[in-house]
Write a protein that binds this ligand. Sequence first.
Ligand code: IYR
Length: 231
Amino acid sequence: MSHKNEYSFVPLNHEMISAADSLTQAKAFYLRMDSRRSVRHFSGKPVHRETIAHLIRTASTAPSGAHKQPWTFVAVSDPATKRKIRQAAEAEEKQSYETRMPDEWLEALEPLATGWRKPYLEIAPWLVVLFQQTVEQLPEGETRKNYYVVESVGIAAGMFLTAVHQAGLVSLTHTPSPMKFLADILKRPSNEKPFLLMPVGYPEEGCQVPDLQRKGLDQVALFIEGPTPPR
Ligand code: IYR
């Protein structure tokens, strides 16, 4: 067995807090996250590049298969590039809404009042396009396998959206379909495949969102508990 690629091990940097504080923190964070909503109406108010950089740094702390971090975040504020993305997305989405999406899908979307027009792709100050690296590209043109890419990139996306909310900003998980145009416009290498397009910014003043309800805990979880642990 080769030892040359092993990590050295260091003590975990972990701050121990009381069970009572854990409960308080868990509840407070839940209440904070429960106000996160997908937003389709953005204000043009700018957001600092360094803010976006920190959101990406946070997302990139996500766990990943074999610690490959198989993601690339492309953050676009350039108006000309945003316009290209909007035009290409709307062309695909128009086709999808008018000819490709089956009635059942359109019915499922109807309550959300979505449509093929995506003005937010130009209005939001940033478009963050998340790519999954299907394989790792090594110098010299070689590739190496990545592991659990979809799971890893999905977790990173969730952490990004959490960071966006925590920073007082809003986003949307937009998946124009098919998404290949994003790789073309952003000139990504062939090992990268578009995963999600997330506009980031402030909500438009007076912004409205659908009055949707979330499933209750008993609809999404079950607890299988042993005898109550002794105190
Ligand atoms: N990609 C389209 C359609 C769409 C699909 C689902 I599933 C949604 O939850 C919302 C929209 C669009 O972005 O409009």
